[in-house]
Design a protein around this ligand. Structure first.
Ligand code: DLL
Length: 435
């Protein structure tokens, strides 16, 4: 399946992409230096002038921007244009601290929606599709981004937003939705709800799902594909770089292509800030090449992943980005061992459990504790205590092998763990309360 929204640029030669990037970066650095006092100061402190940036090779001379810069500059300090030229703001879904507020001109929105349209066309979307968008609408970028992309493709767009799962299912079935856009945890919940209503996976018309906004494992992908009878694709993005559509997977389900004509990605060592060679795992850093209103240069995402330039069977030439393994700050350090929630999800789904789980970390008498609550399906549930205890022991063993430390597993009765309609809250770290 090689479907392109903008074939010329999506399949452009490496030389052509570099030519575009080099042209854009010179203009963009000048734009930022002249209009964003906050970043001009950072460049001055580092002794870098716009004239020093002649191509993307020189990007490494520029200072980084971090989340704390965004907080310091809140709300207008990183604005690259007059407020009267802006037509929209969007904001992060974060619940703690100050939110990130991103600004958009109409041109910024058009480019962003084009990237979302690329993602939809890549999974087979056309103007004959019915695209059900159940990412949240409003400040969160998921709903507005995919909504705009779906319009650009010419799909019949169902702007459902998240929640009200009964209504989601009614519209999905009555209007024959063919493409579903939501978080993977919500997709799993929709799949579960369809089954509870007596629908089989083949009863719906869905063919593809475009899922992102949170980390999800390959095991989760297979579980969603089975429950909905679809192919599930990853889409990545963040408010700071407009939103979803920074990268997305092609129909072949090979790793996502990052839209290099709009963003310049780098992988750095999160401790030293040193740029790492292709294929090495590290923190993803983005430079926006053409955003007018919120033109972030070298923004440290804290997402950990790998970039590669392997030839892709889909014909797209842009750099490939592995599924983000979670943020560096999502990584839990438990009794000195690094634990990613995704490792726990992998074990659970491999052992035949549901994706309804919660991880609770605490500190008792100076010792870290790790408790994993996992919901049983009605078929798995038993009122025989010995049977449940044996299953808990077996799962603890499988976890110990994967994580290198032993958690306490609690198997819970069906419907006792809250379902997610947006980004799932997988981890509760109570240690922060004690600090
Ligand atoms: O989550 C934008 C988005 C909406 C992406 C819909 C995809 C689909 P924020 O709320 O700013 O924006 O959160 C961005 O979410 O830095 C990652 O840590 C995480 N994230 C986003 N997509 C993925 C993904 C939106 N596909 C933060 N896999 C990012 C893993 C993801 N993590």
């Amino acid at each position: 399946m090689a479907n392109y929204f903008q074939p010329e640029i999506e399949t452009a030669s490496r030389e052509e992409i570099l030519r575009i990037q080099n042209e854009k970066i010179v203009k963009q650095v000048k734009h930022v230096y002249e209009n964003v006092a906050y970043y001009r100061n950072l460049m001055d402190e580092k002794g870098v002038k716009p004239e020093d940036i002649k191509s993307v090779d020189d990007i490494k001379k520029l200072p980084f921007l971090t989340k704390s810069d965004l907080r310091d500059a809140y709300p207008y300090g990183l604005l690259g244009t007059d407020l009267k030229n802006c037509v929209r703001i969007q904001s992060t879904s974060g619940t703690t601290g100050k939110r990130v507020v991103a600004f958009y001109t109409q041109a910024d929105i058009d480019l962003w929606e084009e990237c979302c349209a690329r993602a939809i066309v890549a999974v087979g979307g056309t103007n004959e599709d019915v695209c059900q968008v159940c990412y949240g609408y409003g400040l969160f970028t998921g709903g507005p981004g995919l909504n705009g992309g779906s319009h650009k493709v010419g799909c019949l767009t169902l702007p459902m937003s998240s929640g009200n799962t009964d209504r989601q299912i009614q519209f999905m079935m009555d209007l024959g939705a063919t493409i579903l856009c939501c978080t993977p945890s919500y997709a799993a919940y929709i799949g579960e709800s369809l089954a509870e209503k007596g629908y089989k996976p083949e009863d719906n018309k869905l063919k593809a799902g475009i899922f992102g906004a949170e980390p999800w494992t390959e095991e989760m992908r297979r579980s969603i594909e089975k429950s909905l009878g679809i192919k599930a694709y990853d889409i990545y993005g963040l408010t700071e770089t407009s939103g979803p559509g920074v990268s997305s997977e092609p129909g072949e389900q090979t790793p996502a292509h990052a839209n290099e004509d709009h963003v310049y990605p780098e992988i750095i060592d999160p401790d030293t800030g040193e740029v790492l060679p292709e294929g090495e795992k590290g923190e993803l850093v983005f430079t926006s090449l053409d955003k007018e209103a919120f033109p972030l240069l070298r923004y440290r995402t804290r997402d950990i992943c790998v970039l590669t330039r392997k030839k892709c069977s889909c014909g797209r030439t842009h750099v490939k980005m592995s599924k983000p393994m979670g943020r560096s700050d999502d990584m839990l350090i438990i009794r000195g061992v690094n634990v990613f929630p995704s490792q726990i999800e992998t074990v659970l789904l491999n052992e035949g459990y549901s994706p309804n789980y919660q991880i609770v970390v605490d500190r008792v008498k100076n010792n870290d504790t790790l408790d994993i609550y996992v919901e049983l399906t009605p078929e798995q549930f038993s009122d025989k205590v010995a049977e449940i205890q044996a299953k808990e022991k077996a799962l603890e063993g499988a976890m110990r092998t994967m994580l290198g430390i032993g958690p306490k597993v609690h198997l819970a009765a069906p419907k006792t763990i809250v379902r997610s309609e947006g980004k799932a809250v997988r981890v509760i770290d109570n240690r922060k309360l004690h600090d």
